[in-house]
Design a protein around this ligand. Structure first.
Ligand code: ATP
Length: 584
């Protein structure tokens, strides 16, 4: 149990502020907004679309084109990765083989009274651990004797996917605060201290003013699946606060179904929108082996949309129903799985760090054995790269998972499709009389680094958001220049006196040279202060302004977004200056 006294609400950026900037500046809009929106779907505006493309391009360049940014793999050779672009709709048998038809379920709980539905693992309970847990020792001993872990009996529940969300709900919601005060027997505000890692959640100990009932702490934990299965009638509803209206959890399949053909029906002609891009790679493993020069160890990479009918889409784009993945399936000999797993885990972590997620908001978390997917139990390991989003703080949310999936998927597809998916490796096996290896046939293990593009964009947005009361905008977006959607802006100081005539050709020249990397903004309207403020909110790292002096001495003012320093540089050196600043 670790005390985390530093955690205060003010140290966490406000998600509402970030979302409002995203809307205001055209990063992200609610989908179908003029029709009232559609839950779980988002549209990327001009800045967001370019930011997303820059992140996808950075991944594609570093993973596919540069083969892990030109590093040598643990075998001492360049890392071989080939690209793929597979279909969103595949033969439905693909999803039977992968286990998605039978097993891609979320346990759902319904509130019979309010008719609302939520994911069973998204229910957090708030428990008085000082005086409410197991009313007397006898009850507690009985529970232990029955082999049960200590279970918390919450006085209140909240639907949330992270502890951060629970905390912000407590902060925001008056009714919730009222219940709290009642339980705490006082008006507050109370001094408190937060402890992480208490039975999968956190505990908060309160210093209660003198004269009140003795009380020390509450715990905020996911309500255990045991309790929902066996004692759902005792769990208070997150909507009414009353116990007795919740059902036991029931399975709900997350795949979107559709019908193939004009005359098809849902029974005989059903197809699924892919819930992950990975399976498109596995079913093309043999095609790639047969049609290219790759040999194991090698990887296949693809980016693309995936669809999951998430029960409770929430937290902006973090949990959406349509999202984009960037996935690599790396095939290797089972004996080398551990080395490749470690290689990929560490390289993926350093890749996210290289894009600006370099502080303590990013962690690499190796999974405990009880968290592992069934196929991964035999594997070399599973880890998550996690980011501390404002809505997960003090906890973290997954950006990318790296797992040794063993030969589970190839085995499944070989069995279901009756195809031979094993690999003949002529560099292995006993030596023949001629001194050459006889070869070995095996099903490769697969190391899968699977990243979410939308979650990556969201982490970059949250990380970049930097309040600064000294600026006209009050905030700026401190994107790493590589992923900034606008690379530079060119402004005439005023829209007259020959300045636009100098500024416009400079903008055109920069577009020609840097336009493949992002936007070069050209803007002649409004005061220069307003234009700088807009660029600060857009996260544009460099602005070049043509003023009266430019017309005589051929220099421009270069403004640095982060330092706010301004320097004069020669107009014909602006391109080289920008190239150097962008690290090209
Ligand atoms: P979670 O536990 O958060 O539901 P997951 O473990 O099911 O995620 P994976 O199946 O491993 O996720 O998918 C790989 C990546 O795809 C995740 O790391 C995440 O970045 C992204 N992803 C998964 N589900 C969603 C979603 N609903 N919205 C946005 N991104 C998602």
């Amino acid at each position: 149990m670790t005390a985390n006294a530093e955690h205060t609400e003010s140290s966490v950026k406000s998600m509402d502020d970030i979302m409002s900037l995203c809307k205001r500046r055209g990063f992200i809009y609610p989908a179908s907004e003029i029709y009232g929106g559609v839950n779980g779907f988002w549209d990327y505006g001009p800045l967001g679309a370019q930011l997303k493309k820059n992140l996808r391009d950075a991944w594609w360049t570093d993973v596919v084109m540069k083969g892990c940014d030109g590093q040598l793999g643990p075998n001492g050779k360049p890392v071989e990765i080939v690209p793929l672009d597979s279909s969103i709709i595949q033969n439905p048998k693909v999803w039977e083989a992968s286990g998605h038809v039978g097993g891609f379920n979320d346990p759902m709980v319904d509130d019979k009274e309010t008719k609302q539905r939520f994911r069973a693992d998204h229910l957090f309970g708030i428990t008085l651990i000082a005086n409410d847990l197991y009313k007397d020792k006898e009850e507690f001993d009985k529970a232990l004797a029955a082999g049960m872990e200590i279970r918390f009996r919450p006085f209140m529940t909240i639907v949330a996917s992270t502890i951060g969300e629970v905390l912000s709900e407590i902060q925001k919601n008056k009714d919730v605060r009222k219940q709290f005060r009642k339980k705490l027997n006082g008006e507050g505000p109370f001094n408190f201290q937060v402890y992480d890692n208490v039975a999968g959640g956190i505990a908060i100990s309160f210093e209660i003013p003198e004269g009140n009932e003795p009380f020390s702490a509450i715990a905020i934990n996911p309500v255990s699946s045991w309790m929902l299965e066996n004692e759902s009638e005792k769990v208070p509803s997150p909507f009414t606060g009353k116990a007795g209206s919740l059902t036991k959890p029931r399975a709900f399949n997350l795949m979107f179904k559709t019908v193939l053909g004009a005359t098809g029906n849902m029974e005989d002609n059903a197809a699924y929108l892919r819930p992950e891009t990975a399976q498109g790679i596995f079913i093309n493993f043999k095609n790639v082996i047969d049609t290219t020069r790759v040999s194991v160890p090698f990887g296949i990479a693809q980016t693309g949309k995936a669809f999951r009918n998430e029960v409770t889409p929430r937290n902006f784009t973090f949990r959406s129903r349509e999202f984009e993945q960037m996935e690599i399936e790396f095939f290797c000999h089972p004996d080398e799985a551990k080395d490749w797993y470690v290689f990929w885990r560490d390289w993926r972590m350093s890749w996210w760090q290289s894009l600006g997620l370099e502080g303590e908001n990013l962690i690499l978390r190796e999974h405990d054995s009880d968290e592992l997917a069934h196929y991964a139990k035999e594997g070399a390991g599973t880890s998550d790269i996690e980011y501390k989003f404002p809505f997960t703080a003090p906890g973290f949310g997954e950006l990318e998972g790296i797992a040794d999936r063993t030969n589970f998927d190839l085995t499944q597809h070989a069995e279901h499709s009756k195809s031979k998916l094993d690999y003949f490796d002529n560099t292995r096996g006993e030596l023949a009389k001629n001194g050459q290896p006889k070869g070995e046939r095996y099903l490769p293990h697969v190391i899968e680094p699977s990243a979410g593009l939308d979650r990556g964009v969201l982490a970059l947005l949250c990380e970049a958001y930097t309040p600064d009361p000294d600026r006209a905008s009050g905030v700026y977006m401190k994107f790493h220049p590589r992923i900034a959607p606008i690379k530079a802006a060119v402004f005439p100081l005023v829209k007259k006196d020959g300045m636009p005539e100098v500024a416009a050709p400079l903008a055109a020249e920069l577009r020609k040279r840097f336009g493949h990397l992002g936007t070069i903004e050209y803007d002649e309207k409004q005061s220069i202060g307003k234009r700088y403020a807009r660029m600060d909110e857009a996260g544009c790292p460099f602005c070049f302004t043509i003023d009266g002096d430019s017309l005589t001495d051929n220099t421009v003012t270069a403004r640095n977004r982060d330092t706010l320093e301004q320097e004069r540089i020669a107009i014909d050196k602006v391109g080289d200056y920008l190239a150097q600043k962008l690290g090209l």
